[in-house]
Write a protein that binds this ligand. Sequence first.
Ligand code: ZN
Length: 311
Amino acid sequence: MTSITRRAALAMGAASIPLAAGLSPAAAQATGPAFHRVPIGGLEAFVVTDGIAVRPDATQGFITNATPAQVSAAMQAAGLQGPALNNPFNVTVVKTPRGLVMLDVGRGIQGSQLIANMRAAGLDPAQVVLIVHTHFHGDHIGGLTDANGQAAFPNAPVMVPEREWAFWNDAGEESRAAPGRRPGFAMVRQKFAPYEGRVTTFRPGAEVAPGITALGTEGHSPGHNSFLVADGNAQLLVIGDVVNAPFFFMTNPEWVPIFDMDPPVAIEARKRLLDRAATDRLQVVGYHFPMPATGRVERAGTGYRLVPSNA
Ligand SMILES: [Zn+2]
């Protein structure tokens, strides 16, 4: 199949050849910069992209409670052609006096750009002293292991939300899970296996590292947490997956992406976090925002909007 062009395949009657499943050069260009530096008082954070995946048609099956016409209109309003949508993966790395703290670790698949882009930002993966996770979906924990299944960060302990850890290690939850979600449990076991003895759990409100505090934002997953990075009055809110693409889910906080595991709870967390970010004029960074993936949140209409930082 690989030698057949898309046009030829269509002519042959194959109506649905997925567009670029991973990265295409044109799409990679559209992601913007490889990293973006964010000063936070005396601390420094870097938003480092792991690249993008292309969703061939965002109007179908991505948002569970919006019509294709509504999704199309939201994309047009954002200046996107549609229906294809770039889904970026952006990891926040905090430079602390004792070393690098990573908030999630990217996909860890062929085509992942995280390690190369960290190096481009002057961040040496060997200097990672701590990994902290928002949640356990594959695009956030995949990078724990390298191509050989070994620990990609052999010197780093890993901190995980207590409820997230309990859920994905619960055989009962695994047996009750919908077939589509069941492989996630085996993946969690596989990704964390090389870190055995180095994983500790935290609860919402915990200071996981000096200046980095966990905020419980469950709903996207059972134990999802966001992180507030602070030095003095300077703050950065790392929201993880509470808000996916801002032009969908800031504008319409009640829209539900297919990946939200408990939609009512996720909507509540989304509204609560956006309200706080807008009220406190917090700078936020989103794992699935287009690069530079950071900016401030303003109220707009019945929802919110992202005012991106200058890249
Ligand atoms: Zn994600």
